[in-house]
Design a protein around this ligand. Structure first.
Ligand code: FE2
Length: 236
């Protein structure tokens, strides 16, 4: 599957522009500085003015951490997803939400996948964390209980993780790509626990509503160390 870039319409561009501009401003004082710096660094290939061109992004990454965007029709089997992650290939949809559904999605679209997930892939520590995550997923492909645990870890970090950088800051793509959740997740009333691997592995998640429980890490190194510790624990 390839991105059919010439199929995007003026309306798609207007939606992309609105989503990008609105969320960039919203995240300014709420996102992790590493995310914001990565977004700024990617500006030549990721900005409000043009729908992201995966070919250009892939070329840009050749001189960075080497990740590649792989087009997928939607959610794919977890085995395939981990296999691709282990090869530094991140899956993205190519479709974009409609103006009528700017804030609610049942499945991830290109704004979630690209704006939410891709900037941190140019951070070397986060990049290694993601690749190791994929490799461990591949090793656990026949271990259904552990696969569920890995999905929980993915959910509470890569999708909905917070990081302590002089306060609660966002790095999870599910929050970073959601205007309303960005505001909710940084409010004081929300339930936030310190990052703890054992707790996360035993905490189920629900996908059909805004999260009410987040885990906060103190550094990206902590995430990387956690995946290495899990690998050691499960494979030796
Ligand atoms: Fe996601």
């Amino acid at each position: 599957m390839i991105q059919q870039y010439d199929q995007y319409t003026e309306k798609d561009l207007a939606i992309w522009n609105l989503l990008f501009s609105r969320q960039q401003e919203n995240l300014n004082d709420k996102a992790s500085i590493t995310y914001l710096k990565s977004l700024a660094k990617m500006k030549p290939v990721l900005n409000a003015k043009e729908i992201p061109n995966f070919e250009k992004i892939n070329q840009w990454f050749d001189n960075e951490t080497g990740w590649q965007i792989k087009c997928v029709p939607g959610l794919i089997p977890v085995d395939d997803f981990f296999e691709l992650l282990s090869q530094k290939k991140f899956c993205s949809s190519t479709w974009l939400r409609s103006m009528e559904n700017l804030d609610y999605l049942e499945e991830p679209d290109m704004f979630h996948d690209i704006f939410g997930h891709v900037p941190l892939l140019c951070n070397p520590v986060f990049s290694e964390f993601m690749q190791e995550f994929g490799k461990l997923g591949v090793q656990m492909k026949d271990e259904s209980v552990r696969l569920i645990q890995l999905q929980r870890l993915y959910w509470f970090t890569i999708e909905f993780g917070l990081i302590n950088e002089n306060g609660n800051k966002i790095y999870g793509a599910g929050i970073a790509s959601s205007f309303s959740e960005t505001n909710l997740s940084t409010e004081n009333a929300v339930n936030i626990s310190p990052f703890d691997l054992e707790t996360i592995l035993t905490t189920p998640f629900e996908t059909d509503h805004v999260q009410n429980h987040y885990f906060i890490t103190h550094s990206y190194e902590q995430l990387f160390a956690a995946i290495l510790a899990l690998k050691k624990n499960w494979t030796t």
